[in-house]
Design a protein. Structure first.
Length: 500
């Protein structure tokens, strides 16, 4: 089989993977709200409520002005504000707009990588792309309604610009702009920009092209200024520069370490050990270009950096994967290249056979777990109860404020007035949480009702948020239940009675 035929083969496989992505997205976009909420994270509805309330109140409030918040990434929020302000959609219509935007952004990223693989006639780019977009993580995030698709597109554009235009003035300007946008899309984007800068610095120290260093410095400078813009934005609106969600998650950890990200980091390191085994004396023969070496080193630094960074986060969510996809993609590319040009170079079809196997395993596993798209294969089956509760609260006015820990869906469908109790989108909670007196916040603000699943009333959950107070559990009087699920238990609306 000629190289041209192999390229066409992988182009066909990549197009099948992209088609699968499109089909899945269309199914979710056309699904009723009872199914959409099972595939869309609760955090997506935080963004929707924030954007809707910003248009109404001209401030960043989750609960219609009851409190202010910095617990979000601004760029995606402003994109949603723009679309809500222009189209003034219905409740269901705004959800679909956010999902369409997510799908289009994700598809754009995939098509850019596909085009680059075809343009440069590099089947390893097409094969690595295929392996990535066949994962369930990418499928779910492609219609997530959170910042993941936007961050992913910025990363793709950042890397493509660095590879193709690092030596030009235009390229350096674009990298600065993309670095700035990256940090406003997700504050930890700068770690990726720093990884590329550090790798460029090492190559510069080895006497390589100084343009790598200049270009990466432009991107890093943009990322740093982007973080500064986020801090300034937060302070101007709320008087608090830091993200409330970051403060709360740091408080939840209480100095402990989440070993899961470190475990993934270790797995990545073990994977990298196979590269020199396959490649042999590849580096000595200088068959790896400076750019390829720089990107591989950057992937290594980024992987380790994010593993350590997320080890301080108690709740690792699927949409946190955007920044590390660069590393995963590069690891696939490195593996292909090492096999093709290293010790196994005489076996021409070895990388193709290996990646066909990788594709078959990933695609079949994802297909089995994803189709048919229904509640049995959904990511968050319990969230349909949130939807029911939100609509109930919209139709039944209560004589007091309602609070919830997982408040995204409930708040959005209620109309935007449910108070967030875990502090992720409520700046006022933090001062009480760090003193383990969050129940006093409920009393102070006269929040008379709370709604959430049984699991949220476990001792360890209440303790980390500062609600481990017998006054809370003893005063709760159940009013209505909305559904029971194996892991989360009942979703129940409670009234907070008089304290005995």
């Amino acid at each position: 089989m000629t190289e041209n035929r192999l390229l066409k083969f992988w182009a066909g496989i990549a197009l099948i993977a992209i088609l699968n992505l499109i089909i899945f997205d269309l199914i979710i976009l056309r699904a009723p709200d009872t199914l959409q909420v099972q595939y869309t994270p609760d955090d997506a509805y935080y963004y929707l409520s924030l954007a809707r309330n910003f248009v109404r109140f001209h401030n960043w409030t989750f609960d219609a002005g009851f409190s202010l918040t910095t617990g979000f990434h601004p760029l995606w929020a402003y994109v949603l504000v723009l679309f809500y302000g222009i189209f003034q959609p219905t409740t269901d219509g705004f959800v679909r707009i956010s999902l369409i935007l997510s799908s289009v952004l994700t598809l754009t990223s995939a098509l850019i990588l596909f085009w680059k693989g075809w343009k440069y006639q590099q089947p390893f780019i097409l094969a690595s792309l295929t392996a990535l977009i066949c994962t369930r993580n990418v499928l779910i995030n492609s219609v997530s309604g959170v910042e993941w698709p936007l961050v992913t597109l910025i990363i793709v554009l950042f890397c493509v610009t660095f590879i193709e235009k690092f030596s030009t003035r235009t390229g350096k300007i674009l990298l600065f702009i993309l670095g700035l946008l990256g940090s406003t899309a997700r504050a930890d984007f700068g770690l990726l920009a720093f990884s590329i800068f550090l790798s460029s610095l090492i190559l510069w120290k080895w006497g390589k092209n100084s343009e790598y260093l200049k270009a990466s410095a432009s991107g890093l400078m943009g990322a740093m200024i982007g973080v500064g813009i986020v801090f300034l934005h937060n302070y101007l609106f709320t008087g608090l520069a830091l993200q409330s969600s970051a403060l709360m998650k740091s408080h939840w950890m209480k100095g402990e370490i989440n070993f899961y990200p470190l475990f993934l980091g270790g797995v990545g390191l073990l994977f990298l050990l196979f590269i020199p085994i396959f490649s042999g004396n590849l580096m000595k023969k200088m068959q790896v270009s400076d750019m390829q070496y720089l990107l591989g080193l950057s992937a290594f630094f980024a992987w380790i950096g994010y593993s350590i960074f997320y080890s301080k986060n108690s709740d690792i969510q699927p949409w946190y994967s955007a920044n590390i996809l660069f590393s995963v993609f590069m690891f696939f590319c490195l593996l292909w290249y090492a096999i093709q040009h290293g010790r196994l170079a005489k076996y021409q079809f070895m990388p193709h056979i290996l990646f066909i196997g990788i594709f078959a395993v990933i695609f079949s596993r994802t297909f089995i777990k994803t189709y048919p798209v229904n509640e049995h294969s959904s990511e968050w089956i319990h969230q349909q109860a949130f939807l029911e509760a939100g609509k109930y609260l919209h139709d039944h006015s209560l004589d007091g404020k309602v609070g919830a820990w997982n408040a995204g869906i409930v708040n959005y469908y209620q109309g935007g007035e449910v108070v967030n109790l875990d502090g992720l989108v409520n700046n006022d909670i933090y001062a009480f949480a760090i003193k383990d007196s969050s129940f006093d916040y409920l009393q102070k603000e006269n929040i008379r009702y709370v709604i959430d699943f049984d699991v949220m009333f476990k001792d360890y959950v209440l303790k980390r948020s500062g609600y481990d107070d017998p006054r809370l559990t003893e005063s709760l009087m159940p009013i209505k239940s909305f559904g029971k699920y194996p892991v989360t238990g009942n979703l129940t609306l409670y009234e907070i009675g008089k304290i005995k």
